[in-house]
Design a protein around this ligand. Sequence first.
Ligand SMILES: Cc1ncc(COP(=O)(O)O)c(C=O)c1O
Length: 432
Amino acid sequence: MDVTRRLVMKGAAAAAASFASHPARAALPTEAGAEARSVQEIARDESYWRPIAAQYEVTPDIVNFENGYWGLMAKPVLEAFVRNTDRINRNNSWYARRDYHAELEPVHARLAAFLGAGRDEILFTRNATESLQTLIEGYNRLKPGDAVMYCDLDYDSIQAAMASKAEREGAGIVRIDIPEPVTHDQLIETYREALASHPDVRLLLLTHISHRTGLMIPVREIVAMAREYGVDCIVDAAHSWGQIDFNIDDLGADFIGFNLHKWIGAPIGAGLIYIRRDRLADISPDISERPDGVGRIQHRIHTGTTNFATFLTLADALDFHERVGPQRKAARLVYLRDLWAEEMRNDTRIEILTPPDPRLHAAITSFRFRNRISVEDNQAIVKALADTYGIFTVHRGGVARGACVRVTPALYNTPDQCLRLVQALRSLLAEG
Ligand SMILES: Cc1ncc(COP(=O)(O)O)c(C=O)c1O
């Protein structure tokens, strides 16, 4: 057996041992009992979720409905991260130079299998920004006179990357606004009309779940349609994988940027890039790679030294995520979202910015008090929610129809907290 293979097996054995002794195993409900019921039924069962919520150590100072920035690590993941940090610090380069890559390889393989991607099609990055910048910067098929397209709901720095790319290549910029409210078919039609009326567009940015409103767009349909127009899509999945359950085929895209520290629950500083195998040549190698080594996805990002412990802890984050169950988790998050968003939807004084259509939202949903569309208006609502009602949210600007307040539940939030939010919103609305 060669040395690499031996090291890979050693890494796999270590990962298996860590899973077997996982403190979360005993504490979480058994899948056996869960499988017999629908995920929607389980989503409403507090006795199922209480032990899971207890796996998160959360400050009692505030009800945190701002879980979109990043996701808390569950206790077993945090403990593994601390152990891994200690191990790395103790063993230093003695470990990092000899064993790290072999230990990480099974995690890489597991993530690829989980996503339905080839091992040669994904690579670890530090965050979604790094993944998306690499894709946008490296995309080598734009010519002078072409154009790029993005929309008001896309992430600011990724919009900026698209604009900078266009300027460097002598290409134009088309920015569209997503209608509000919007239906599934209107979304597809919006992109169809935009592509049809801008035949110079060659590259389109699509954000799977918007960090501004929570709108989830039908990526697969739009990617397929864009292809008919000869347009490539870069998909920003920073907020989607883990918030909902899907694989690469469900998106049908060639270029995707993910992070793992929002909804997969990994330590901060973990992301993924996906490049479909037969499109690798369309993303140029990183500036730090010389032409003799450009044939692999590893040549697309050259990060330098990263946090070894963060990546080693991915195995534990995946263990926890799988044990909760990606579909059960998604259904629970939607249940918590519905408790406040659908409860408030019929109140004419408030706009709920994601439609009730389950194809168009997951956990994140923003609201706007009617006619209060400035950033300052929405900052004031966030402040009142925090100061008077002890509920933390965040304002979001940049939406064509006006700023809003984003509410992002996590697995540790409770139905009572959602009702507390409803009461707080009603009180604020009554104040006028
Ligand atoms: C839609 C979207 N894209 C990209 C990013 C950047 O993600 P990261 O901070 O992991 O780089 C975020 C972060 O909030 C986001 O919401």
